[in-house]
Ligand binder design. Sequence first.
Ligand SMILES: Cc1cc2nc3c(=O)[nH]c(=O)nc-3n(C[C@H](O)[C@H](O)[C@H](O)COP(=O)(O)OP(=O)(O)OC[C@H]3O[C@@H](n4cnc5c(N)ncnc54)[C@H](O)[C@@H]3O)c2cc1C
Length: 417
Amino acid sequence: MAEAAATTTGEAAAIVEVDVVVVGASFTGIELLHQLRRRAEGRGLRIALVDRAARHGYLPLVHERLCRRLAIDASDLETKASVDVDADARLWVGEVAAIDPAAKEVALADGRRLRGRFLVIAVGSILAPPPAIAGREHLRVYKLQGEQTAAGEALAGLLAGAGAGAEAPRITVIGGGISGVELAGELAHLARSRPEGWRAPRVTLVHGGARLLPGFAERVARRVHRHLQAQGVELLLGARVVEAEAGRLRLREAAGERWLDSEMSFWSGGIQPAPLLAELALPRTDAGWLAVGPTLQCFPTPIPSDPEVFAGGDAVRVIGGEGEWPTMQRAIECLWQAKVIARNILTLAAEPAGYPSGVPPLHPHRLRRDFFHGISLGARSLVVYGPLMLDVAAFGVWFRRFLMRQYFARYRPSGGR
Ligand SMILES: Cc1cc2nc3c(=O)[nH]c(=O)nc-3n(C[C@H](O)[C@H](O)[C@H](O)COP(=O)(O)OP(=O)(O)OC[C@H]3O[C@@H](n4cnc5c(N)ncnc54)[C@H](O)[C@@H]3O)c2cc1C
């Protein structure tokens, strides 16, 4: 790739020129490369991906990774190795400091710069407690690669640290959505099965709403509630964390406020836009997500002012028809969107730059309101689709590992490209 890319040396650092620059190499970014390479027209394109991480832990099973039911090495995608084996592609590892959408230029914090005819933004989201929680730095997040490593080490330190006989430490999970119930269930499962030398924690799940899983059918929420309780999770519903300190949380409940001892507290209460999005001169929604049209272009106007800037994955909200689409912000949605972006890039790449005959019509993303959910709850697991629910015990664990292996195999160069 270094040889294939033309470089322009100016006063500042050299700019690497490629056909497509993709910022973010998680679910959306790596799938976009895969989709471009699947088509003959896409094989000659020089593609640069940029990400601060060279490998990506498999997020759908992050609860198993943290609790060491799943080995870290066996559940990391070796993103850089997978990309770099392609002679015309490269993953540039570094922090992106600035993006100039008009010039389609990306500047890394260390001074390296990249420019493409096409720019794709796939910088996703972050797990972050809201600023309204005082002392929120005491809450652990566990999405980005570095966060997962730090959280896993801290958990191991807590549970393997003290000698036998010491009281079991309390771990609190904040947020009763799908990632919160999964983490609480997995932590509770440590009472049954855990790495050698670990103690089992007491597990508390704090959720502001009156019932778990607000986005799911009531009967699913009831079943999840029952399974967590049966495994010893203390459920505090209608409770909000308003302050965090080392070793304790201040809760606001109907009866008033109180402190809860908590040796470790995980934030699972929702995602926010990646900080880089706020810096971009691109249209955004009120909540800070990138506003894209159904074709996943960043300029959702009838005649795009620059048709070659796309965005996808968690970072975007699709605006079309009657307004904002209820997209899912899930891995499968990233894969679907990457396919649409690849198809549209190839349509545009077939035209001369400047589009003297006009910009050709592009393919829209299709709205799918729901998809199957696997919900792991320690020793139990559910498969859910709308109001339908299968209580499949350990099968879900096995099946989700199977899906992870399929996902990794997709990006193994000999298998997929
Ligand atoms: C705890 C948790 C559990 C989940 N479980 C599931 C599940 O079971 N099933 C499911 O379908 N979905 C699940 N999701 C959702 C799924 O993980 C997301 O939809 C998906 O990760 C979004 O992918 P993405 O490519 O849009 O971006 P992200 O995965 O958010 O990745 C963005 C990438 O951009 C990089 N980046 C961002 N800013 C910069 C910068 N300034 N410089 C350099 N690099 C940068 C980051 O390093 C990262 O690699 C889960 C999410 C979480 C948080």
